[in-house]
Structures are given as C-alpha cells and as structure tokens.
Design a protein around this ligand. Sequence first.
Ligand code: FES
Length: 82
Amino acid sequence: MREPPQDCRLLVCVGPRCDAQGRGSALLARLRALLEDAAGVSCQSRDCLRLCTGEPVVRLEPSGDVLANPDPEELMRLARRL
Ligand code: FES
C-alpha cells in the first residue's frame, strides 16, 4: 500500500545573518503570500538554521534539502512536488 504524500514545511531563516538586510523577512513574507492558496505546504520562521551563508536560507521538510537565496516561485514549485 502506498503512503500518502507528507505535507511539506518550509523553514525560513530570519536570523541575524540571513536577515541582516531584511532579505530573510522579505522572503518569508513572499512565501506566506504564495502559500495562501497552496494546500499541503506550510511555512515557519527560524532564528538560525546553523547554515549561515550570508544569503537567506530555507530548509524543506521532510526532505531536509537546504537552499540559499531561493527564488520564491521556484521554491513553491519544488515544495509541491515533494
Ligand atoms: S542566520 Fe540564517 S542560517 Fe544562520
């Protein structure tokens, strides 16, 4: 029997390095706007994912994939496929 698809969660870092110029917060706001009509995908903020690159970092769960400075629309397409 096939397992039902798991919901995807996007963890968006708004920690001191990712959000130094407000880019983490801007990414979080854009993703939340895109999520308004996206079933099966949720979004939460995190203070630091311990993966600091100087770019806004997002971790996808349950896959654990990490992306730095992702394009919000591309990220949503990826999340819907997981
Ligand atoms: S401040 Fe974002 S990963 Fe550390």
